[in-house]
Design a protein around this ligand. Sequence first.
Ligand SMILES: C[S@@+](CC[C@H](N)C(=O)[O-])C[C@H]1O[C@@H](n2cnc3c(N)ncnc32)[C@H](O)[C@@H]1O
Length: 227
Amino acid sequence: MIIPEVISNEAGLKTLFRADINETYHSIHGAAAESLHVFIEAGLQHWISQNKSQQVQILEVGFGTGLNAMLSLISAQDLQIKINYCAYETIPLPFALVNSLNYAVNWPSSFNNLFEEMHANNWNQWQHLTPHFSLLKLQESILLAEPKQTFDLIYFDAFAPDKQSELWTIDLFKKLYSCLNPGGVLVSYTAKGQVRRNLLEAGFRVERIAGPPRKRHMVRASKLPKP
Ligand SMILES: C[S@@+](CC[C@H](N)C(=O)[O-])C[C@H]1O[C@@H](n2cnc3c(N)ncnc32)[C@H](O)[C@@H]1O
C-alpha cells in the first residue's frame, strides 16, 4: 500500500510526498495558495464571471487531500451558489494523515467538521454536505471512467506530466472535452508546451495565464459556448 509522507517547507507549510515517484501533492511553497489561485480563482470564479449561473458541476481529477474540494465548498457558501462536485481518486488517504497537514488553518474552525465528514463519508455515493455543496467521491481511475453526467468545470490536478504521462494525453483530454458543457473550462497548474499542444489537439481553446506564487504560468482550456 502506498502511504505518502508529510514534508514541510521553511515556513512550516506542509504537503504530502510520494517517494516512489519523487513527487509532492501540491507546491512545496504553499498548498492552499496554489489551490486558491489555480482552481478557485482561475477556475471557479472565472467560470462564474463568464456564465452567470448559480449552479456549477465540477469534475476533479485526483481528490487527494480534499483541499480543492474543501475550498470549493467554502466558496460555494461565500458566493451563494450550488456546487455538485464529482472527484476521481485511485488512492484514498486516511483522514489522520490529511489532518496532520494543518490545512484547517485556512478556514474558520466552524468548517472543520465538514472537512472530516468529507473524508469519513462513503465513496461512490453522493454526500449532501451543505445546502450549497454536494460531493461524489469515486474510487476509480479517470482513465477507465465513463462519467454519467456533463460538467462545467474540470480541476485537472494529476501528478506532473513527467511523473504520470499517461494522464496528460490527447485521448484523456478528448474524453474530458466530450463531458464538458459548452462554455466549460479545464484548469491545471502546469502550462508545459506538450500539455497545451495535447489540449489543443483534443479540441480545447487554450490560454497560458499567470501561475500561483513562484510559478510563472498555468493553463486554462475552454470549450466554446454555444453561438
Ligand atoms: C497532485 S495530487 C493532487 C491531489 C488533490 N487534488 C489535493 O488537493 O490533495 C494527484 C492526485 O491524483 C490521484 N491520481 C493519480 N492517478 C489517478 C487516476 N488515474 N485517476 C484518478 N486519480 C488519480 C493521486 O492519487 C493524487 O491523489
